[in-house]
Design a protein around this ligand. Structure first.
Ligand SMILES: [Zn+2]
Length: 126
């Protein structure tokens, strides 16, 4: 059988299954009033690929407000606002994208961004 890469809508469905039906940044559950959108861990403008490993479910508000802010910078802003970002999901996503890039190669800009963010995440945990 022919295997094609999953399309955009399909990837969002898979991300919801993998990460849960709530926004990774504010923790709000998705429903008729809070719609899921595709958030890029490494922003597209920073070289982030359109891979499931680079995509997380987030509400439209958080997706828009984060803009191009770095992962850890926006995570800490969410915490200051008293929201409940899903830190384990974010840590897992950083590791999984790093692993995917190792397998598939390329993505130089995304790799550099990712290295910096993984270091910052580890410093937070220490
Ligand atoms: Zn949100």
């Amino acid at each position: 059988m022919e295997r094609r890469p999953p399309g955009r809508a399909e990837r969002l469905g898979l991300a919801l299954e993998r990460d849960g039906a709530r926004c990774v940044w504010c923790g709000r559950g998705f429903g008729p009033l809070v719609r899921p959108t595709t958030e890029h861990l490494v922003p597209r403008v920073k070289g982030g690929p359109s891979w499931l490993e680079n995509e997380l479910p987030a509400c439209a508000r958080c997706n828009r407000e984060r803009g191009h802010r770095a992962v850890v910078e926006w995570l800490e802003e969410c915490e200051r606002r008293g929201w409940h970002p899903d830190v384990p999901v974010l840590e897992r996503a950083l590791d999984a994208l790093d692993a995917a890039i190792r397998v598939r190669g390329g993505q130089r800009r995304a790799r550099a961004y990712l290295d910096g963010q993984r270091r910052r995440m580890r410093r937070r945990a220490a």
